[in-house]
Design a protein around this ligand. Structure first.
Ligand code: DGL
Length: 272
């Protein structure tokens, strides 16, 4: 039996760590009246080089946490978890679940004129071919070229997104795109929006970047409206943060991702 979601309850957003804060920022902008619980699985980060089974196991723990907190919808901000765990989670949990892969694939399909789309992400996301499958699901006539860029995440976390070394690495990873006709590039990893300027400079200037926070945010907003589940209490939403390890580091690096100090209370939740 499906329980009716309560409009005033919060939306869950989860990621392997702090990268999902880029998605949270977009969600807060698009849905200012909603409250959010952000869950960063900092004890198990990174997900991007782990097997699908392991990522599914961690993601299940987080979904159980959200279920216990009466969450009205969950956004899988993490591209890797969206790519490899979403199907299993949908089959197991009776809660509206939003992944970041499908909305970005749909958006890219809508805007590409050359019908050639590039995708960049972690090893596991690219290995899963989730974006290519998602485009096939909507019977897109676009072809894809997918490239993993594993060094981007540590560069971004070090605060080196806009340095000469980041530019050189970006040019090297993205070089294969130069010989193609792609006009749309999906940033298939939570962290990459932070490096958007460097990535854009390494691409031909007409290539449009697709940001998953924006595409999933629009989809979530439409869902809440359609199901009469928007928070219309008139009180501005608030965000709470939970991490599974090292809250100090989350504070420090997270503020850079979210563009404000994370001074709200954090509670450490140890998942096994
Ligand atoms: N959040 C991950 C993603 O979007 C990147 C970091 C990680 O590997 O855990 O794929």
């Amino acid at each position: 039996m499906t329980t009716k979601p309560i409009p005033e309850s919060h939306i869950g957003v989860f990621d392997s760590g702090l990268g999902g804060l880029t998605v949270l920022t977009s969600l807060e902008k698009i849905l200012p009246n909603e409250s959010f619980i952000y869950f960063g699985d900092t004890a198990h980060v990174p997900y991007g080089n782990k097997s699908a089974d392991t990522v599914i196991h961690y993601s299940r723990n987080i979904m159980n946490f959200f279920l216990r907190h009466n969450t009205k919808a969950v956004v899988i901000a993490c591209n890797t978890a969206s790519a490899v765990a979403c199907k299993e989670l949908r089959n197991s949990f009776d809660i509206p679940l939003f992944d970041v892969v499908a909305p970005s694939a749909v958006h890219a399909n809508n805007i590409s004129k050359t019908r050639k789309i590039g995708v960049i992400g972690t090893h596991s996301t690219i290995f899963s071919k989730a974006y290519t499958r998602s485009l096939a699901d909507i019977k897109s006539d676009c072809s894809t070229i997918e490239i993993s860029c594993p060094l981007f995440v540590p560069l971004i976390e070090e605060g080196w997104s806009d340095t000469p070394v980041a530019k050189e690495i970006a040019c090297s990873y993205l070089k294969p795109f130069q010989k193609t006709e792609i006009d749309t590039l999906i940033l298939g990893c939570t962290h990459y929006p932070i490096m958007g300027k460097t990535i854009q400079e390494a691409m031909k200037s007409h290539v449009q970047l697709v940001y998953s926070g924006e595409t999933v945010g629009r989809k979530l907003a439409a869902h809440l409206k359609k199901n009469n589940c928007t928070n219309d209490s008139g009180i501005l939403g608030e965000t709470r943060f939970y991490v599974t390890d090292f809250p100090q580091k989350f504070d420090e690096l997270g503020s850079r991702f979210i563009g404000r100090k994370i001074k709200e209370k954090k509670i450490i939740y140890f998942s096994r």
